[in-house]
Design a protein around this ligand. Structure first.
Ligand code: CTP
Ligand code: CA
Length: 228
């Protein structure tokens, strides 16, 4: 692992990492969120920093302390995360989308707390699709940063996981997708991670089973080999 040997193989590069989970407000006290803690993204930011990169960490509702020695950009909604990433993409060499991004948001956000009396027993909240940030980055003209996405999946089978990753890579025009098993206490909120890194043409670049820091270094190794 490069960081253990102290290699500064990312010196002179700019790495943007998104981490955590977005929150889409329903009313002033409620939101639609997810179980992402931000640990894997924070480990990526730390690893990139230790390897000499200039790092911007776009942190969505992080449940873990951010690293020192990086630029932290706190965000909450998908719209905020999208603005923060897109405004930095032109200057970035690598963008890692480790954040869990809400696929939908409420069409209407109540400005005052929703009250049971007013709403009644049966409630539906109308949702609309959010923009796909990774796909937006994938549509940028070259030269564009190396784009790494994540896919948190509940499939048990390695071939099925790889196929899901390859499908996402192609749809979003990303360079690498790190596929992560999240059932049975794996993935979310834990310190270890099992990850399959998929590249273009359904290539399995590597599989990693270890701490989020080991996974982070493997992802950065793979991203470096994708650089033009
Ligand atoms: N992503 C994104 N913008 C979104 C949704 C996802 O940039 N609106 C990014 C995530 O940060 C991740 C990758 O796309 O790096 C894959 O996210 P994932 O939720 O696994 O894929 P989806 O395309 O949303 O498909 P689904 O949730 O249906 O599996
Ligand atoms: Ca999704």
């Amino acid at each position: 692992v490069a960081s253990v040997s102290g290699a500064r193989d990312l010196a002179g590069t700019t790495v943007v990492v998104t981490a955590g989970g977005t929150r889409e407000p329903i009313d002033p006290v409620r939101f639609i969120g997810n179980r992402s803690s931000g640990r894997q993204g924070v480990a990526l930011a730390e690893a990139a920093r230790d390897r000499g990169a200039d790092v911007a960490l776009i942190g969505a509702n992080l449940e873990v302390p951010p690293p020192v020695g990086i630029e932290l950009v706190p965000v909450s909604t998908v719209a905020e995360l999208r603005d923060a990433v897109l405004s930095r993409a032109a200057d970035a060499d690598i963008v890692v989308m480790a954040a869990a991004v809400s696929d939908y948001r409420p069409v209407n956000v109540a400005h005052t707390k929703m009250k049971k009396d007013a709403v009644g027993d049966d409630v539906s909240i109308e949702l609309t699709a959010n923009p796909d940030i990774l796909a937006d980055l994938g549509a940028l003209q070259h030269p564009r940063p190396v784009l790494v996405g994540f896919a948190a999946e509940t499939e048990a089978d390695a071939d099925a996981l790889a196929a899901l990753g390859a499908g996402k890579l192609e749809r979003k025009n990303a360079d690498l997708i790190a596929v992560n098993r999240v059932d049975d206490g794996r993935g979310f909120g834990t310190s270890d991670n099992e990850v399959l890194i998929v590249g273009s043409g359904s290539r399995i670049v590597t599989t990693v089973d270890g701490s989020k820091r080991v996974v982070a270094d493997a992802i950065l190794d793979a991203a470096l080999t994708e650089r033009p």
